[in-house]
Write a protein that binds this ligand. Structure first.
Ligand code: PEP
Length: 251
């Protein structure tokens, strides 16, 4: 049995109006498992954060999907770590592949956001993953090693231990293609080995590493049975409150 508390994190992406968000919260609030058993997180659009934080039940936690790395400034349309924190969010997704590919997120900005997250006591959910051509050419490990090395620059061992990593093969996000549980587990073992190389075994044994990429109610169990998969980051399927509860119960 893993000593690491499992994490189920929903990534709502750019979905849900205020009323839809409230309906979701009311449907799951009383039913999610105790926070000591599972960390159940909703990463919502920033405009909904305050509303959700006010309505979240004691076992639900709220995160943002992106933020700038500066505390303030003339950056129209952006949200700062201070604003995310003051809205009441506890978690922040950093480096999601959609941010990397559509909004020019780089390993350098990912690192600046990691540093900013810890400055403001937000827990980062750091997303890493390879694209299909990298998987097919055998470059997955090198790609992940590089993403991890850069993301963790200037991050202490204690902070690293408090980071949640989400391994998300880009070719599996929103495509219906899931990595096999064995493939996901082997890759997550490589991620853990890289964390061990950077910070030692104690951090590597304690850090939570999630799988993400077309997780559904019918594959969550087999994924979570694997030795090194500590939970899941789920997009499309977690928009449905009943599915979200299936995921948290499976964890
Ligand atoms: C995600 O958004 O991080 C994700 C894994 O999406 P999906 O579950 O829809 O593939």
């Amino acid at each position: 049995m893993s000593k690491r508390i499992p994490v189920i994190a929903a990534n709502w992406k750019m979905y849900k109006t205020k009323d839809e968000a409230l309906a979701f919260i009311f449907a799951v609030n009383e039913k999610v498992p105790a926070r000591t058993e599972v960390e159940s997180i909703i990463c919502a659009p920033s405009i909904l954060l305050n509303l959700l934080v006010k309505r979240e039940g004691e076992n639900l936690r709220i995160g943002a999907q992106n933020m700038h790395y500066l505390d303030e400034g003339a950056y129209t349309g952006e949200n700062s770590p201070l604003q995310v924190k003051s809205a009441g969010a506890e978690y922040i997704l950093i480096g999601h592949s959609e941010r990397r590919s559509y909004y020019n997120e780089t390993d350098e900005t990912v690192n600046l956001k990691m540093v900013a997250a810890f400055k403001h006591e937000l827990t980062p959910i750091l997303c890493v993953g390879e694209v299909l051509s990298e998987r097919e050419s055998g470059a997955t490990k090198a790609v992940l090693d590089q993403q991890l090395e850069k993301a963790f620059l200037n991050i202490s061992a204690e902070q690293a231990l408090n980071t949640i990593i989400a391994y998300e093969p880009v070719w599996a996000i929103g495509t219906g293609k899931t990595a096999t549980p064995q493939m996901a587990n082997e890759t997550i073992k490589d991620v853990r080995a890289k964390v061990a190389a950077l910070y030692g075994n104690e951090v590597a044994d304690g850090i939570r590493i999630l799988y993400g990429g077309s997780v559904k109610p019918d594959n969550i169990k087999v994924l979570l049975e694997e030795s090194d998969i500590d939970g899941a980051l789920i997009g499309g399927a977690a928009l449905d409150p009943n599915n979200f509860l299936v995921f948290t119960e499976a964890a």
